[in-house]
Ligand binder design. Structure first.
Ligand SMILES: *Cc1c(COP(=O)(O)O)cnc(C)c1O
Length: 378
């Protein structure tokens, strides 16, 4: 197991002296990432598991994750922005890279130079791609009910009826996206499936891609040729409310910078929001909202629901999360300065931490800041 510090995240002094100059650490377990890829491949055995690697692999770091996923067998990668596609191309020379943003006039040369496949989202984009990129590969993104990007059903029928346009496009993939796949019983799932089946019947020779992470678990009729897995690879639970079949990939820890005693009735932090109900021992931790710790994890006057894992136990977060630090109550645990508190990781899942803050794992992961010591476990 080689723990490789990333350039740009760990200072040179740190590497030379082995002194930890950081107050918080992010560990990304690439072994677990690859295991999760395998788990999803087994859950969708007759399809290729493509991956959503937009937003620098949901904040985990593009290059190390892309290389690990390529090694795990992934060949189809989905990014949001053309610039993300170019970054990925510099890491993976031979990958199929789809850009979900679609295609704007003037970008053709960039797409061609970096060999990117646009997910064309309208008839107009398709006409423009035909005019500027000839027979370079493209994908067609159709809307089946999420009503964000994509061809409407009417536009898609027009495309399929236009033999001349079809002939001059090199369509590699037909894409649609589910709105409610994390709610297995939501009626929109079956409505979207029917709509997608209908679209697919108009363009049968083109491979299709429909399911995201949760969509994989809706059943094999959602799998088609390529699935687009995102959050589950990175450790988020694709089955909310059920046991997470995924391994923990990301661990976020903050150092105990100071321990202090407060008397009953004294308050902690900005706006004096939390008041000690008894004489208490408080740990001050080296991560704050600049580091992507949601300020919503702040407690109210008494303990909020939010916790960290420290000294082998759950400890309530007390007071406001501020820019560079936060506090937790360690009256009942044994800790010392320099110990690391887990904000999320194997003992407190990213989904649970996100729940404390009224948000989702996606947001917690993609908001991780760049002040951490970042370690990739290979
Ligand atoms: C982000 C994204 C995905 C991946 O979604 P997860 O829920 O993270 O698995 C798949 N398809 C599209 C179009 C996306 O934007």
């Amino acid at each position: 197991m080689g723990d490789r510090p990333q350039k740009g995240f760990l200072s040179v002094e740190n590497l030379l002296t082995n002194v930890d100059l950081h107050s918080a650490h992010v560990t990304v377990d690439l072994v677990a990432l690859k295991a999760n890829y395998k788990t999803l491949s087994l859950a969708a055995p007759s399809t290729h598991v493509g991956v959503a690697i937009k937003g620098e692999a949901y904040g985990l770091g593009l290059a190390p994750c892309a290389k690990a996923l390529w090694a795990a067998g992934c060949r189809h990668f989905f990014v949001a922005r053309p610039l993300e596609g170019a970054d990925l191309r510099s890491v993976l020379a031979d990958a199929n890279i789809y850009v979900l943003d679609g295609f704007y006039l003037g970008q053709a040369e960039f797409y061609l130079r970096h060999n990117l496949i646009p997910a064309l989202a309208s008839l107009k984009e398709a006409e423009a791609w035909k005019a500027h990129a000839g027979l370079m590969a493209c994908a067609i993104h159709c809307d089946t009910g999420i009503h964000r990007l994509g061809f409407t059903t009417g536009e898609f029928a027009q495309l399929c009826a236009n033999a001349e346009l079809l002939k001059s496009l090199n369509i590699k993939l037909l894409i649609s996206h589910l709105a409610c796949s994390d709610e297995a019983d939501h009626p929109l799932n079956m409505q979207q499936l029917k709509a997608f089946q209908n679209l697919r019947s108009m363009l049968t020779h083109v491979p299709a891609s429909f399911a995201n992470s949760s969509g994989i678990y809706l059943g094999s009729q959602f799998h088609y040729d390529i699935v687009r897995a995102g959050v589950a690879l990175y450790g988020g639970n694709p089955l909310p409310g059920k046991t997470n079949p995924m391994k923990t990939v990301v661990t976020l820890e903050a150092k105990v910078m100071q321990l202090r005693e407060v008397l009953a009735g004294q308050t902690i932090g900005y706006s004096a929001t939390w008041e000690a109900p008894r004489n208490s021992r408080i740990a001050i931790l080296g991560a704050g909202y600049r580091d992507g710790v949601p300020r919503k994890l702040s407690s109210s006057r008494h303990d909020g629901p939010a916790q960290v894992f420290l000294g082998g136990k759950r400890c309530p977060i007390v007071g406001r999360v501020s820019m560079d630090m936060m506090a937790c109550d360690v009256t009942d645990v044994v800790v010392k300065v320099g110990d690391m508190a887990e904000i999320f990781g194997p003992n407190l899942s990213v989904d649970e931490a996100a729940g404390f803050a009224g948000t989702i794992s996606y947001e917690l992961l993609t908001h991780l800041g760049n002040r951490y010591a970042r370690r990739y476990v290979e």
